[in-house]
Design a protein around this ligand. Structure first.
Ligand SMILES: C[S@@+](CC[C@H](N)C(=O)[O-])C[C@H]1O[C@@H](n2cnc3c(N)ncnc32)[C@H](O)[C@@H]1O
Length: 509
């Protein structure tokens, strides 16, 4: 994998002038150039349209002459603005000197990068820097199709930020940092943050994002995958939203891995194990191939490095045609010459055919470095809505894995459990029927799971408030339903195990 050329992209602001970044930040905040400020100014529909790369509603909403309107036009809409107007709100000479702004003839100035307000998880006012017109979506939006273009925050970025475990740690690594969004989040709970990218322009932009957001600088390193990391360097947290797109050629650095098939994601996962400290997490978004004659879950299990527990969730599956179309559109190829579009589409299907790929899965991979002799690997499909942020849910999953690993059936029966808050019971059956056909327990938090239980399971869960041991509850249920308590104690631990594993019940301490 070679370096990235970006000859025709515009020069970036100086990342050395942290003093100017700090003044610019103060000025932006002073003018309410924040996520909330934008929502107030633009209104929800225009604000939402911007997130779809549609600028017309925001252009219409910023025809006035307030400082905030000038900033929106400059930094979000790529409009030149009279220098005198900008001087009322920004340190304009400093911004021109250090390259945040550039003169564009007459007495107008224009931005050199997109600056997008971004609300942190604790309400912080942050700013994400990206290439002009590339704040959202793929290169086929209003942005550039230049190879080394650096995109802002997309759905994948916020998904990864949401599932990341946010316990305080000493060292975090953001691999493939792009605009720096994951590094910015990590800087809130990691003492040291290392951010890498194959694209030097991304590292530069990450430095700008961090400085403009008032976050500490990161250790920025250029190179592919773990190449920039020394053999003996390890981390408590590794995150990566990698260029996971499975494509016939590496055209766009931000999304095409440049390795065959899903090899980039596999390599990333396999190599992460050795870079993790004991108890450390590695969290990735990934795409994986569904290959004819192969179980996709086995494929993913084979990626998990030795010494790690893993939780892999497939969120979506697309057949090869949907997949090719999605990424052709992402690059704006559908707006090209139809013959060229067809040729690209054909090449994509050729590639899949050669690899016997029938579909592509998209999802989340979390590894946790463990000491257990028998690692726990869970690979599951969960395409239903979830409640982000899920970082705490991910951490709790691995706690439960530890608990279940340490408790055999006898120990489970001696244990005390509590029904997790906001779990409800639903009875499913024909209208008017006396008894339900089955009972479903449903979570309203985290993964928002639903699971079918039998009447014993439902009764058991209902009684779990931590007071009685599981065995005592089962004995009481046995008496109630007239079942042999020994048999009930024998067959129920599997169900209890599942309810704990899926987060319906938690061990009461
Ligand atoms: C999908 S973007 C993610 C950017 C950002 N971390 C986020 O979450 O929005 C992938 C990033 O990985 C970088 N990249 C591409 N190939 C890489 C490689 N082999 N090693 C490291 N980074 C790579 C790209 O330049 C791009 O910045």
């Amino acid at each position: 994998m070679g370096g990235v050329s970006h000859s025709s992209l515009s020069p970036l602001p100086s990342s050395d002038r942290v003093d100017v970044a700090a003044r610019l930040r103060d000025a932006l905040l002073g003018a309410s150039f924040t996520a909330d400020g934008l929502l107030d100014l633009l209104g929800a529909p225009a604000y939402a349209a911007l997130a779809r790369s549609e600028t017309v509603p925001a252009l219409r909403a910023t025809r006035g002459d307030t400082p905030l309107e000038a900033l929106v036009r400059l930094f979000l809409l790529q409009q030149p603005v009279p220098q005198a107007r900008v001087a009322d709100v920004l340190p304009v000479e400093d911004c021109l000197d250090s390259g945040w702004l550039t003169g564009v003839g007459g007495d107008e100035v224009a931005a050199t990068v997109d600056i997008r307000p971004y609300g942190g998880s604790d309400g912080e006012d942050w700013f994400i820097v990206s290439d002009l017109g590339c704040a959202v979506g793929g290169a086929g939006g209003i942005g550039s199709r230049e190879e080394g273009v650096v995109l802002g925050v997309g759905g994948a970025s916020t998904t990864l930020a949401g599932i990341t475990v946010r316990t305080p740690v000493a060292a975090a690594l953001d691999l493939g940092t792009g605009s720096g969004i994951q590094a910015l989040h990590a800087a809130q709970h990691a003492t040291r943050v290392t951010a890498t990218d194959l694209n030097p322009r991304a590292l530069h932009i990450t430095a700008l994002t961090l400085a403009l957001s008032g976050a500490p600088a990161a250790d920025l390193r250029e190179g592919s995958l773990f190449e920039p990391i020394a053999d003996d360097e390890t981390y408590d947290l590794i995150v990566s939203n990698p260029p996971f797109v499975i494509s016939p050629g590496a055209r766009l650095t931000y999304r095409d891995g440049g390795m065959g098939g899903d090899d980039l994601c596999r390599t990333l996962v396999q190599q992460a194990g050795d870079r993790l400290n004991e108890g450390g997490y590695a969290q990735f978004l990934a795409n994986w191939q569904h290959v004819e004659g192969e179980d996709w879950q086995d494929r993913l299990r084979s990626w998990v490095p030795r010494g790690c527990d893993a939780w892999i969730v497939q969120r979506e599956v697309q057949d090869v045609t949907q997949y090719a179309e999605l990424w052709l559109r992402d690059a704006g190829d559908h707006r090209d010459d139809p013959a060229e579009y067809q040729a690209r589409y054909d090449a994509w299907l050729d590639e899949f055919e050669a690899r016997k790929v029938k579909a592509v899965g998209f999802g989340w991979i979390t590894l946790r470095r463990a000491t257990a002799a028998e690692p726990s690997i869970t690979v599951e499909e969960w395409p239903h809505p979830v409640e982000q942020p899920l970082g705490e849910t991910v951490r709790a999953h691995f706690d439960r894995v530890d608990y279940l690993r340490a408790h055999d059936d006898a120990a489970l029966l001696a244990g005390h459990f509590k029904l997790v808050e906001e779990v409800v019971q639903e009875q499913v059956g024909l209208p008017g029927a006396e008894d339900p056909e089955h009972v479903v327990l449903r979570q309203h938090r985290g993964m928002c799971r639903a699971t079918k239980v039998d009447t014993v399971g439902a009764g058991f869960a209902g009684v779990c408030d931590g007071t009685l041991s599981a065995g005592r509850i089962l004995d009481a249920i046995a008496q109630l339903v007239g079942e042999d308590p020994v048999l009930l104690r024998d067959r129920t631990p599997a169900q209890i195990r599942l309810l704990v594993e899926q987060g319906f019940l938690e061990p009461a301490v």
